[in-house]
Structures are given as structure tokens and as C-alpha cells.
Design a protein around this ligand. Structure first.
Ligand SMILES: [Zn+2]
Length: 417
């Protein structure tokens, strides 16, 4: 008999952890960090001592969570889902959404002077690529979903007496270019085409429920970004390092507005290189992309360009940088020319800080105002909007709904009826 235990993410956003037992088989979906608790105990000055302390404070899953575990499936790389892999106490396999992208991220974590150093796993844990659209030996199949971290997967588990769908984090729509380039077929299309798959239990996130929202969809964001582009000005954009969907969206606007994409972040450049090998189609929107040599030391696939060259024709570029590093990048452009001072700054912050921590919008705004730069917040949520829950349920038609990653599970029960 299939047994589901929601070990993290019950009535809270963050710390997703679902343990599924079926006869002698045990698997785990996600094993995230509970940032709501993390933030209550730690700051820049007080850092975690190590895994035992984090376990004691119940910020990461307990040792018992991993008992008899066969495989751990990670839906995407947001840390409230990936968690700290060094917490895994036993020999096991961890399926990651993309091993290449993970490796690009891991380099930075291993060198971190603080807690991200606990993210990489111990030597006895084996990391593997998730194979999409194919049922594995545990009877689990991974299907892509649209989210603000790429790639992201939902998982279907075909148990002995029940079929379970765990959505991870997801939104309902994306723009056409993004779909063509990044997703072959997302979960809704997959279920539509495979009518024989009937879901008994749907474990679905409800992040946006009860939050004040401006329900902007990706195509509306595209329109707004297009409006902010000016022919005679540089455009500055900042995204989260994992948000490849936003990167493609910005690139597609830049292409139609005849601006070259200028990458100014070593982390983004590294992830883009990994994306090039994992998703070759991405080349068609990023073919004219160049990287700023003052920020990216080397690149095997992208041409490098100096600040001096960029300054000669500022209006020809749309600069994309890591949201956590924008203030740092601006310093490199000093003294700012008139052309730059009035450039629009498009901030694409998909998720609030409680899911991934440690980004300070107020500090960034202060820096921008110091330079006379106007920020525009284009916030496309990585999660579906509450009014979209009913259509989602109608598409999936589950026998039962199990809410996760939400502060208001009772809203979800009510909305899903
Ligand atoms: Zn997420």
C-alpha cells in the first residue's frame, strides 16, 4: 500500500520534503531548507555551526527521514527544495534536474565561506541526471514544469495501488519562445496526451495563496519589458541566476529591438555554458550574446568584450546580470555617462526572499538611486495564481488533493473543489 508522509512544507512555504513508502520501496521528493526557521535563528553575523545544529533546529530533515531510502528526487534547484545534500547520512542516489547545471552551481557553493558549503553531498552519495519522460526502476517519471528555476520537474509515482503526482513548484503558463526552446512538453500537455494515467493523489504547491498579488503572466511581462526598451539607451536587466525562462524572455525582446545581449555576471555565464550543452536550442536566442570581460574571466562559448568597447555604443546593448550582483557591476561603469544615468533597470525578481533567502532589495534600490537609475519591478511569479488552481485541478482530475508549500492549505481544499 502506498503511504505518503509530508515531512516538510506542511502549512509553510519552504522545506518541501515528501516521503513515499510502497511495500519495501522508499523514495523522497525534495529535501529542502526551511528558510522561515533559518531566518529566525541566523543572520550574517550568526551562521550555522554545521549539519547537527541545523537538524536540531529542524531546519533540515531528520536522519530518520532517510531510513531505507532508495532514491531522492529533486524537483528544482531552489534551496527550499534541493536543501543541503551533505545532510544525507547514507549511501543513496540523488536525481538532479540537470547534472551540468548542478556542477556549475556547486563550484560556487564549495568555495563559499558560509553555510552554502553544506549544499554539496558527502562522498557516499551518488548524483545522477533525471531522465525526463521515462519511467525509471522505481516507477517514477519526471515531466518538466514551468517555474522560475530551470529546469524544474514534476514527478509521477506509479505505486502498487495508487498513482501520485508531486508537482514541485510550478506556474501554468510561459511564453511561446520559452516553451519552444526550454520545454518539450510540460505536465499538463503530457497528461492530456496520456489519458490512461489517472492521478489518485495530487501533492500540489500553493505558494501564492493568501498573498497580495499582481497576477502578471509571462506574455504580459514581455509586453511591459518591450515598452521599457528605448532605442537610444542601454537597458539594464537583473535576474536570478537560475531563471533561464526570464533570460530567454529578455533575449527575445532584445533580439526584436536589435540590441545585443551583454552578460555581466560570472555565475550567469557559467550557468549559460551548462545550458548550452543541456539545451542546445537556447543558442538561437543567445547567438549574439557577448560577455563583459571585466566580470567574466573566461568563456568557451561566448565572445568577451571590454567596458571601453561597450561604452562606445551603450545603446546597442541590453545588459543582463545576476540580481544579487547588480550593485557591484554598476561600480565597474563609473563614472557613469549621461546615457547610462537614465537607463531603465528592469528587475525580474520572481520569488520573494523567503524561498531562497538572502537578497536585499532595499539595499539595491539605495545603490540604484545613488547612480540616478530608475528600477522597474517586473515580477512574474514562478507559481500559478490562485484563480488558476481550479483549471489545474480540472486538467489533472485527481481523486484527492494534498496541499504543500502553502500557508493556507484550507484555502486550497476550498478552491480545488
Ligand atoms: Zn521554487
Amino acid at each position: 500500500m502506498v503511504q505518503i508522509e509530508i515531512l516538510g512544507g506542511k502549512r509553510e512555504i519552504g522545506g518541501n520534503c515528501v516521503r513515499i513508502t510502497d511495500k519495501d520501496k522508499v523514495i523522497l521528493f525534495d529535501q529542502g531548507i526551511r528558510f522561515s526557521v533559518f531566518k529566525a535563528f541566523y543572520s550574517r553575523l550568526i551562521q550555522p555551526l554545521g549539519i547537527p545544529e541545523l537538524r536540531q533546529l529542524r531546519i533540515i530533515p531528520a536522519v530518520a527521514t532517510y531510513e531505507n531510502i532508495e532514491t531522492i528526487y529533486i524537483s528544482h534547484f531552489h534551496l527550499d527544495h534541493l536543501g543541503l545534500l551533505s545532510n544525507i547520512p547514507c549511501e543513496t542516489v540523488v536525481k538532479l534536474p540537470s547534472l551540468r547545471i548542478y556542477q556549475a552551481l556547486e563550484e560556487g557553493w564549495r568555495m563559499s565561506p558560509s553555510w552554502p558549503v553544506f549544499i554539496p553531498p558527502r562522498f557516499f552519495v551518488k548524483t545522477e541526471d533525471t531522465i525526463k519522460y521515462r519511467t525509471d526502476k522505481n516507477n517514477v517519471i519526471a515531466i518538466p514544469v514551468s517555474h522560475s528555476a530551470y529546469p524544474a520537474h514534476a514527478f509521477i509515482f506509479f505505486g502498487s495501488d495508487e498513482t501520485i503526482l508531486y508537482t514541485g513548484d510550478l506556474r501554468l503558463t510561459s511564453i511561446k519562445t520559452v516553451n519552444q526552446i526550454l520545454h518539450k512538453e510540460t505536465i499538463f500537455k503530457y497528461l492530456e496526451e496520456n489519458t490512461d494515467i489517472k492521478i489518485d493523489k495530487l501533492i500540489i504547491e500553493g505558494t501564492n495563496l493568501g498573498r497580495p498579488l499582481t497576477p502578471i503572466r509571462p506574455n504580459e511581462a514581455k509586453e511591459t519589458i518591450n515598452r521599457l526598451f528605448e532605442k537610444e539607451k542601454l537597458v539594464l536587466t537583473a535576474i536570478h541566476q537560475l531563471d533561464a525562462e526570464s533570460l530567454v524572455l529578455i533575449a527575445s525582446v532584445a533580439k526584436t529591438r536589435r540590441k545585443k545581449l551583454l552578460l555581466a555576471s560570472p555565475r550567469l555565464a557559467k550557468i549559460l555554458e551548462a545550458l548550452y550543452s543541456a539545451t542546445p536550442k537556447i543558442k538561437c536566442v543567445l547567438e549574439k550574446t557577448v560577455v563583459l570581460e571585466d566580470t567574466v574571466k573566461e568563456s568557451t562559448i561566448l565572445n568577451r568584450i571590454s567596458i571601453g568597447e561597450v561604452k562606445k555604443e551603450l545603446s546597442g546593448y541590453c545588459m543582463v546580470t545576476d540580481i544579487a550582483r547588480l550593485d557591484e557591476i554598476l561600480r565597474k561603469f563609473e563614472p557613469l555617462s549621461d546615457e547610462l544615468v537614465t537607463a531603465p533597470v528592469i528587475l525580474m525578481i520572481s520569488e520573494p526572499s523567503d524561498e531562497e533567502a538572502i537578497f536585499d532589495i532595499e539595499r539595491l534600490t539605495r545603490w540604484l538611486s545613488l547612480y540616478g537609475l530608475q528600477p522597474y519591478n517586473i515580477r512574474v511569479s514562478g507559481h500559478y495564481y490562485p484563480y488558476e488552481l481550479k483549471p489545474i485541478i480540472q486538467k489533472i482530475k485527481p481523486k484527492e488533493v494534498i496541499p504543500i508549500h502553502t500557508r493556507y492549505p484550507e484555502y486550497m481544499y476550498a478552491l480545488s473543489k
